[in-house]
Design a protein around this ligand. Structure first.
Ligand SMILES: C[S@@+](CC[C@H](N)C(=O)[O-])C[C@H]1O[C@@H](n2cnc3c(N)ncnc32)[C@H](O)[C@@H]1O
Length: 285
């Protein structure tokens, strides 16, 4: 396990996934019944942007730093809750820290909700436990996120979100993600699933949707952000990705409309080259 999120915290991909995760959660917590959020690849929860890792190739400078004071046009209100969470550690002149997905989720969940956080790297799991402090809603597990999906689904709450944000270090990552989601859908087709993926050749999102078990899915939305043309990934000094995307199974009905306002702003402010975005219903019953 070589991937350390500390090197990437606050980059364009974090802005994309956390801004959209915030919108999904804000909608889900409006319903009175309790919910669970399973973050299968949680990281450490909180990142020091002054650390050696974050300073080495400060990706956050082309991510959250660009969004911090940007004119976000008609999407400004939609970004506001995310930016409030993401910028809470900012002093007058410096971005000091960046919160990861566990912190974003913990901020938005209610006292009745539950947050299960899985992290396979031992040291990161310890740091995550420390960063989450004492919170009865939070269950930190030093475990494989895919095994956690299998163990948790269907959750006792019967309502919830599975957020899958792997490092894509190994060739088997796609198969692991697809296999475990297909298995989970068989037991819990009404859950909301968010599957994050990197964009390198541009076809990853379509391939992922095709591999998911369509017989169990009635609603599936694809969201993508490209910050530079596909095909130059890995050659660019500042980022190894051309963009990223997420497939959302059973999204809140409003998410597509909100993403249509938010993604153009992300494409405008986070671009490193010719940028693009995509909001597409793959299945809509
Ligand atoms: C992209 S980072 C997660 C970032 C985090 N979701 C966020 O948004 O702040 C991926 C994390 O998954 C961890 N990891 C890798 N394989 C894993 C697995 N099979 N199960 C759980 N965690 C894993 C890595 O150690 C890394 O911390």
């Amino acid at each position: 396990m070589n991937y350390r999120h500390a090197f990437h915290a606050g980059n364009f991909a974090d802005v994309f996934k956390h801004a959209l995760l915030t919108r999904i959660l804000l909608y889900m917590v409006q319903k009175p019944s309790k919910m669970v959020l399973l973050d299968t690849h949680a990281g450490t929860g909180f990142y020091d942007l002054k650390s050696e890792e974050a300073q080495r190739s400060p990706e956050w400078q082309h991510g959250i730093a660009r969004m911090a004071d940007a004119d976000l046009g008609a999407a400004a209100e939609l970004f506001a809750p995310y930016l409030k969470i993401a910028l809470q550690g900012r002093s007058e002149f410096h971005m000091n820290v960046y919160p990861g997905s566990p912190y974003v989720a913990r901020d938005l969940l209610r006292p009745i909700d539950r947050l299960v956080l899985c992290e396979l790297h031992g040291l990161d799991a310890d740091t995550l436990r420390e960063n989450m402090g004492r919170d009865k809603r939070v269950d930190v597990r030093h475990a494989n996120g895919y095994a956690c999906i299998k163990a948790l689904v269907p959750p006792m709450e019967r309502r919830g979100l599975i957020f899958i944000d792997p490092p894509f270090e190994t060739r088997s990552e796609w198969d692991d993600m697809i296999g475990s989601v297909n298995l989970a859908l068989g037991k819990w087709s009404s859950g909301t699933y968010v599957l994050w993926y990197p964009l390198k050749n541009g076809n990853e999102g379509n391939a992922l949707c095709e591999a998911l078990d369509q017989t169990k899915i009635t609603k599936m939305l694809l969201l993508e952000l490209q910050i530079q043309p596909v095909g130059i990934a890995g050659k660019h000094a500042r980022t190894g990705l051309s963009g990223c995307g997420m497939v959302v199974i059973n999204p809140p009905y409003i998410l597509a409309q909100e993403a249509e306002l938010m993604l153009p702003e992300m494409a405008r402010h986070l671009a490193l080259g010719q940028s693009a975005w995509r909001v597409e219903w793959i299945r809509q019953s």
